[in-house]
Design a binder for this molecule. Structure first.
Ligand code: HEC
Length: 93
């Protein structure tokens, strides 16, 4: 019985985290569409000589660009944008 409960808990947590990252990505996409197309389009994310080469680097760059806009995003917003850009373009593990 205990084992079944533990198994269910794991399943629940995994399902929940997948649902969260899908929701994060949608939130991130909306933010990018709304705020991030003024200086560059999405070709910077896929160009050959792109600057961002790690997930941590992507996080820093998103923060840098967000600050240039004078926005005050929460970590959730940054994470959503990072998740979206990573799923869509960078595909870091
Ligand atoms: C004020 C102008 C400006 C805005 C607005 C802006 N960016 Fe940028 N962004 C830049 C510049 C400049 C670069 C660097 C381009 C270069 O190195 O040639 C850059 C590069 C990037 C890169 C790295 C691309 C690579 O080479 O891998 C990412 C990721 C990025 N921006 C995300 C965003 C996001 C997310 C937003 C919205 C919050 C945003 N940017 C809004 C100016 C801007």
């Amino acid at each position: 019985m205990k084992r079944a409960v533990a198994g269910l808990t794991v399943l629940f947590v995994v399902t929940l985290s997948q649902a969260t990252s899908a929701a994060d990505a949608v939130h991130g996409e909306n933010l990018v569409m709304e705020h991030c197309t003024g200086c560059h389009d999405d070709s910077v994310y896929t160009r050959k000589e792109r600057r961002v080469t790690t997930l941590g680097g992507l996080q820093k760059q998103v923060r840098r660009c967000e600050l240039q806009l004078g926005l005050k995003w929460f970590d959730d917003d940054i994470n959503g944008v990072v998740t979206y850009l990573n799923n869509q373009y960078y595909k870091f593990e």
